[in-house]
Design a protein around this ligand. Structure first.
Ligand SMILES: [Zn+2]
Ligand SMILES: [Zn+2]
Length: 354
């Protein structure tokens, strides 16, 4: 704690006064707001809450809670509790869009409270929160939380366009594929291609900016040799011949994936699948909701954006392998035909490789 010794130059403090006690609330709230915005994990705020009664009161001030950044809400699935839920709700009430988006995603995909989840995401989307706009677009494209007839492709495209305008790379990529395929919008291949190139360029710029320090460190360690980042390739590899680290997923996407995997047996029993793109975490809300790879049928995606990302990063190699095995099996025996027939029954959910 701060020393209680009285500075000789200050006449306002007594010998026993604590300098912390005489700091005005306004100043502390300003400092705590800056801290909340740059928090690197939920424990940054949690530690402040536990420090003393005064800090506990000030951290829970709406002016502090409304500034908390995404990593302040990066709760892991194993740490999820009623108090974590209440804290997020308190931040939502303080007007924090990031909290609205995070809690909206958790309620919609994990707690299966679809109406409340979508409403929270809409609350963030109204304030131009790009990930919330994109997530609502994915929900519209899939008719998530409802039936197949609840799909609204035009609404999905409109939400995607708004998120893309705000710089959301996945939305830009999704919109590019919609234009190329004429999905929910009049087909315009040239414009679609232009948006896809723009998405890759933006992604490259983001990744290079965020990882420049890592690259410099690795260059230093390897005495001028180019860094070896093959273990964490991102989707730009095949487009630009670059090998850069994969962008960091939003914390809530990791939470969603952990939640779905923890419910693995229950979900499998009712035929629900997780989006195969590792950075997504969205699970199906009804059987056969997501599209499957038309070549191998072993992977499924919530969106064209996720399919394109996973194809370039991982599935391109796996898919060709599976296809070769399948061809060999088809030549040798008819054991794989059951799987093919199942895919044909569900042909409407199958989309091609981009
Ligand atoms: Zn996905
Ligand atoms: Zn495949």
């Amino acid at each position: 704690m701060i020393s209680s010794k009285r500075p000789r130059t200050c006449r306002n403090f007594t010998v026993d006064s604590d300098l912390f006690d005489v700091l005005p609330d306004d100043l502390l709230i300003h400092l705590l707001s800056r801290l909340a915005a740059s928090a690197s994990s939920p424990s940054d705020l949690l530690n402040l809450l536990l420090t003393c009664k005064r800090l506990n009161r000030l951290v829970l001030n709406p002016m502090v809670l409304c500034k908390a950044g995404p990593k302040a809400f990066a709760v892991r699935m194993r740490n999820w509790s009623d108090s974590a839920h209440r804290f997020l709700k308190r931040c939502v009430d303080a007007g924090n869009s990031e909290a609205s988006y995070t809690l909206g995603m958790i309620r919609f995909y994990c707690l299966r409270n679809r109406g409340s989840g979508a409403s929270l995401m809409a609350k963030a989307a109204i304030k131009s929160h790009a990930p919330a706009l994109y997530s609502l677009a994915v929900i519209q494209f899939n008719g998530s939380g409802g039936s197949k007839s609840d799909k609204d492709l035009q609404a999905g495209v409109a939400l995607c366009a708004r998120a893309a305008f705000l710089g959301h790379v996945d939305a830009l990529r999704e919109l590019g594929h919609c234009l190329q395929d004429g999905y929910g919008v009049r087909q315009n291949s040239d414009e679609g291609r232009r948006l896809l190139v723009q998405a890759n360029a933006r992604e490259l710029a983001t990744v290079l900016l965020s990882s420049s320090s890592t690259w410099q460190q690795q260059r230093h360690n390897q005495s001028g040799n180019l860094p070896d980042l093959t273990a964490t390739r991102c989707s730009l590899l095949s487009d630009f011949g670059c090998n850069v680290p994969a962008p960091e997923p939003h914390p809530v996407n990791l939470f969603l994936r952990e939640w779905f995997e923890s419910e693995g047996e229950v979900a499998a029993r009712v035929g629900l699948r997780l989006c195969s793109h590792s950075g997504c975490g969205r699970g199906e809300t009804r059987p056969h909701e997501f599209r499957r790879c038309s070549v191998c049928g072993t992977v499924n995606y919530c969106s064209r954006g996720c399919q394109a990302q996973d194809w370039k990063v991982r599935h391109k190699e796996e898919c060709t392998t599976v296809q070769r095995w399948r061809d060999e099996d088809a030549n040798n025996a008819g054991e794989m035909f059951g799987i093919v027939e199942e895919e044909v029954e569900d042909a409407n959910n199958i989309v091609g490789i981009v």
